[in-house]
Write a protein that binds this ligand. Structure first.
Ligand code: IPE
Ligand code: IPE
Ligand code: MG
Length: 253
């Protein structure tokens, strides 16, 4: 199938990959089978994002709240993550995709951290496409970590206590060198954000899809981008101002 052409390709798409468990349960399979199939969708989605010309793709893979799940499910997710990194690093290198992470990755099992470090190092020089894995990620812990780092920088004199700019604070977030997401997609029919990029998605467009993550297809990805193209992003201005503006308007901060 030929790649669709979009009037405007979002620079950064962030996805809440939800519904693996229900996908499996509907088929009488164990939840972990849904996660296995979900990894296949991750692989395909990274390729699709690259084909579509998306610069940044963020995937919410494990939240700080997901530690509350049964121990064997958490263990299976960590094993799958390790397996994915071992298997896919070659493809990331071939496709010139850089890997980044956001979240408290220092608290992940050592075997996962080791694979993460390896892949991040092996892909560090690529600049065209970035895959951001949100791992042990939660917006609230991110704010706590940023506030702590900000306070330390004030104390050391690196930041003035009078600096009230968003930019100075945003430089302390995990996403300091990643642009804000333009489009956030959530699969599985749930319409909540579940502690994902709460600050960065302040002006993102949201698309909620009924499919469970293992069924998320290239077509649905394309449809979500079409939907993004139908939205009018105003960043606080009026619709008339946008029509009148000769140049495209951007910039929320
Ligand atoms: C998403 O699928 C994967 C993770 C959160 C790790 P779920 O496992 O949340 O699937 P449902 O929502 O229970 O169907
Ligand atoms: C959000 O999905 C987290 C990830 C996709 C990693 P959850 O399935 O954990 O979200 P809730 O608990 O239903 O809100
Ligand atoms: Mg879920």
């Amino acid at each position: 199938m030929a790649d669709p052409t979009f009037a405007h390709v979002p620079r950064h798409v962030a996805i809440i990959m939800d519904g693996n468990g229900r996908w499996a349960q509907q088929r009488g399979l164990p939840r972990v089978e849904g996660h296995r199939r979900g990894v296949e969708t991750v692989r395909k989605t990274i390729e699709t994002a690259r084909d579509f010309g998306i610069e940044y793709l963020t995937l919410y893979a494990f939240s700080v709240e997901n530690w509350r799940r049964p121990e064997d499910e958490v263990g299976a997710l960590m094993n799958l993550l390790e397996y994915f990194l071992k298997k896919e690093t070659k493809t990331l290198i071939k496709n010139r995709v850089r890997l980044r992470t956001i979240g408290r990755t220092q608290d992940l099992p050592a075997k996962v951290r080791r694979e993460l470090d390896r892949t991040i190092e092996a892909t560090a020089d690529f600049t065209e496409h970035t895959l951001v894995l949100a791992l042990n990620y939660g917006s609230r812990t991110e704010v706590v970590d940023a506030a702590q780092s900000f306070a330390a920088a004030v104390q050391s004199g690196e930041i003035s206590p009078d600096d009230k700019s968003w930019e100075a604070f945003a430089r302390r977030l995990y996403t300091h060198d990643i642009p804000d997401p333009d489009l956030v997609i959530r699969t599985s029919g749930e319409t909540r954000v579940s502690n994902f990029l709460l600050l960065q998605a302040a002006y993102a467009e949201f698309v909620f899809l009924p499919s469970f993550w293992p069924d998320f297809s290239r077509d649905e990805f394309a449809q979500a981008i079409e939907e993004f193209n139908r939205r009018e992003r105003r960043f606080g201005r009026t619709g008339d101002q946008l029509t009148a503006a000769a140049a495209p308007v951007s910039g929320a901060s």
